[in-house]
Write a protein that binds this ligand. Structure first.
Ligand code: HEC
Ligand code: HEC
Ligand code: HEC
Ligand code: HEC
Ligand code: HEC
Ligand code: HEC
Ligand code: HEC
Ligand code: HEC
Length: 448
């Protein structure tokens, strides 16, 4: 996997650092996708071209020009051609427009780019692509960026991937950086508000927006904006906790799937029971085979950082988070609250592992048959809703919808999500799965 393969870029010129106009031209464009260097701002031809873009586009796309006009870019003389190049100048040569990628932004914002490129966000496209379920869905939802791809498009894509997407008809969605400060205002104020995260961090399997906005933290933020609480009132946003000091390297200790190991050994200090449950979950994720041996999927998971496989890395992220809480709370308070989140994961793992073993037992006893696309006669949580039986679809819901809500609700201080939408739903799932399994066994016995 070439997730972090970054294209070699000619260092940007000093003129750009100083905030003068820069233009991308054909000479400094490399291999289609990434504009490479910025030319001298004082070039009269370049200034001419910038003028023409705005003039014609005031007619053609007035909304885009209006947004650009209020941007820091317009104020600093960064014109349309600074990002889109100057090779297209009329309705007849629109194909000559340069593709804007995060590497374009890097020309002038290197530090933020480097942070982003290390972040979990940078892996979003690759992590989505690695899921077996993406092969069974309409193209519009994946490469067309209307479903999975609509959120995961913020991940970095290399030149080859962009060329493939364009050839197959997906012409936009390559810039990554416009996910939080949207074009063409590229506003820092917009990116600082929790709404900037809401389009993606909501809904089915990661309702962080719903959980946060109705938590005490979120409510205080709302009341502060409404002027009910004074402007000095303390109210953390998503960015306070996940992008301290504006750091674009977004990572958490547990991550989405909330499975951790230390290499192939348990995370230090965990009970044997929890480890046994984790092994069962890793088997259902297809990362360990039914005998407990690592599979090819482990490489994928490692490559896109889908699981936490190092205690040292986990501890470093946790320490960072405690550092954020202690701006407002005592260290004891913060550590105790986070430990409750960890313990919640242990509790939900026990329920989930029990359900997985029930379904795995149906495969082992020949009551469920191995689907052709499965590697093993074992439930596959990453098949999502494309799993072939109702009992496995229920297991999928238990994992991706309800387990997520239970522990995410605990970390985001939302009692209703942790309890009713999370833990309680998991208990209902388990009861249903037990009952469905009994029925399948009894039908199977009658058939014999
Ligand atoms: C004489 C008019 C004219 C000039 C000058 C002009 N454009 Fe355009 N531009 C257009 C038209 C027409 C389109 C196609 C609009 C559409 O699809 O509705 C377009 C489309 C675009 C697009 C979108 C391409 C896409 O794939 O959707 C970008 C970006 C763009 N122009 C940037 C620029 C830049 C940068 C300049 C200056 C270097 C410039 N334009 C100069 C008329 C112009
Ligand atoms: C700071 C970089 C930057 C500048 C400056 C910039 N653009 Fe863009 N533009 C982008 C990005 C990023 C996209 C989205 C590309 C994608 O989705 O792959 C985009 C997309 C577009 C599109 C196609 C998408 C749409 O919504 O129709 C048009 C048209 C366009 N820009 C016109 C302009 C014009 C006109 C100007 C100058 C007034 C301008 N841009 C200045 C970065 C920039
Ligand atoms: C040719 C240089 C150049 C390019 C390319 C460029 N920027 Fe900028 N950008 C600037 C300058 C100059 C400023 C104003 C000074 C500053 O804040 O750094 C700025 C400011 C910003 C700001 C702060 C806005 C505010 O409200 O203060 C954001 C956000 C931003 N750029 C995002 C982007 C993104 C995203 C891209 C790529 C799509 C991009 N820039 C491409 C030069 C550039
Ligand atoms: C365009 C969609 C999108 C937006 C906007 C977005 N994210 Fe994300 N975020 C994602 C995706 C997709 C992932 C999973 C990344 C992966 O698959 O590697 C993710 C992952 C994360 C993670 C988990 C990191 C980990 O350890 O696994 C955090 C924390 C996060 N985002 C915070 C934020 C914050 C805070 C904002 C707003 C400032 C934000 N995101 C805006 C799509 C988005
Ligand atoms: C997950 C949301 C998110 C994404 C994605 C994102 N940014 Fe930002 N960006 C922010 C936030 C939040 C701030 C405000 C930071 C602060 O409070 O100082 C910001 C601020 C900025 C600024 C303003 C000046 C500064 O350095 O703080 C620039 C420039 C910038 N981002 C560039 C980029 C570039 C380039 C990319 C892509 C490589 C990018 N951003 C992707 C959320 C994001
Ligand atoms: C008060 C701090 C705080 C705020 C505010 C906050 N989070 Fe979190 N978030 C956490 C903690 C703590 C974790 C668990 C970290 C760990 O694994 O140690 C977490 C975990 C996450 C994760 C990983 C999966 C999960 O939910 O456990 C994502 C994604 C995320 N947060 C996104 C967001 C978004 C988006 C917002 C705003 C809508 C937000 N967070 C608001 C503290 C916060
Ligand atoms: C509404 C936006 C959205 C949609 C639609 C979406 N995702 Fe995600 N996805 C996210 C966010 C946000 C995260 C990170 C959540 C967290 O950490 O709690 C994520 C996490 C993931 C992860 C885990 C990444 C990791 O390494 O931790 C995978 C894999 C994934 N999504 C695949 C998919 C697939 C496949 C689809 C379509 C079937 C899909 N997503 C649909 C936003 C979305
Ligand atoms: C910017 C300040 C700030 C930060 C940072 C912050 N909090 Fe808070 N927190 C508050 C305020 C203010 C309240 C509401 C008053 C209160 O209950 O103390 C609150 C309330 C809480 C509550 C009680 C929620 C309820 O429903 O009663 C918990 C639990 C909590 N915070 C945990 C955390 C954790 C864990 C972190 C770090 C991941 C964190 N906070 C980060 C300011 C902050």
């Amino acid at each position: 996997m070439q997730l972090t393969r970054l294209r070699t870029l000619v260092p940007f010129t000093l003129a750009v650092c100083l905030g003068t106009t820069a233009v991308l031209t054909g000479e400094n464009r490399e291999a289609g996708a990434d504009p490479v260097a910025a030319a001298d701002a004082t070039d009269p031809v370049a200034q001419d071209a910038a003028q023409t873009c705005v003039e014609c586009h005031t007619e053609r796309t007035p909304g885009i020009v209006a947004d650009w006009e209020v941007s820091a870019h317009a104020a600093e003389g960064i014109g349309c051609d600074s990002c889109h190049g100057d090779e297209h100048t009329s309705a007849d040569d629109v194909d000559e427009v340069f593709t804007v990628t995060a590497a374009t932004c890097k020309l002038c914002h290197e530090q933020r780019y480097e942070e982003f490129a290390r972040s979990k966000h940078a892996f979003a496209w690759a992590a989505m692509k690695a899921m077996p379920t993406t092969h069974f869905k309409p193209m519009e939802l994946i490469d067309g960026m209307k479903g999975c791809g609509g959120c995961h498009k913020l991940g970095l894509k290399d030149g080859e991937e962009i060329a493939r997407l364009k050839a197959e008809g997906s012409g936009y969605g390559f810039a990554s950086c416009d996910a939080c400060h949207t074009r063409h205002s590229f506003s820092i104020a917009e990116a600082r508000e929790p709404e900037a995260c809401a389009t993606c961090h909501m809904g089915f399997d990661h309702p962080q927006w719903e959980m946060y906005s109705t938590s005490k933290h979120g409510i205080r933020h709302t009341l502060k904006r409404q002027g009910v609480l004074p402007a000095s009132a303390q109210a953390p946003t998503c960015q306070t906790c996940h992008m301290p000091d504006g750091n674009h390297d977004v990572h958490t200790a547990w991550g989405f799937l909330a499975v951790r190991t230390d290499g192939l050994a348990p995370y230090p200090g965990e009970s044997d029971e929890w480890w046994a449950d984790r092994v069962t979950i890793l088997q259902a994720l297809g990362v360990l085979d039914p005998e407990g041996q690592p599979t090819a999927r482990l490489d994928v998971v490692q490559g896109a950082q889908v699981a936490r496989l190092s205690a040292a890395e986990f501890d470093a992220e946790r320490e960072k988070m405690v550092g954020v809480c202690t701006d407002c709370h005592s260290q004891q308070y913060a550590e105790a609250e986070l430990a409750k989140g960890d313990n919640m994961i242990r509790e939900v793992d026990a329920l989930l592992a029990k359900a997985i073993r029930i379904v795995a037992g149906l495969y082992a006893d020949g009551i469920l048959e191995k689907p052709e696309e499965y590697a093993y006669a074992f439930p596959d949580l990453l098949a999502f809703h494309d799993s072939p039986t109702p009992i496995e679809n229920r297991l999928f819901l238990m994992h991706l919808k309800h387990r997520m809500r239970a522990f995410q609700g605990a970390f985001h201080n939302n009692p209703d999500y942790a309890l009713w939408y999370g833990w309680n739903e998991m208990q209902l799932d388990l009861t249903e799965i037990e009952s469905m399994a009994a029925e399948l066994r009894s039908d199977h016995a009658q058939d014999d």
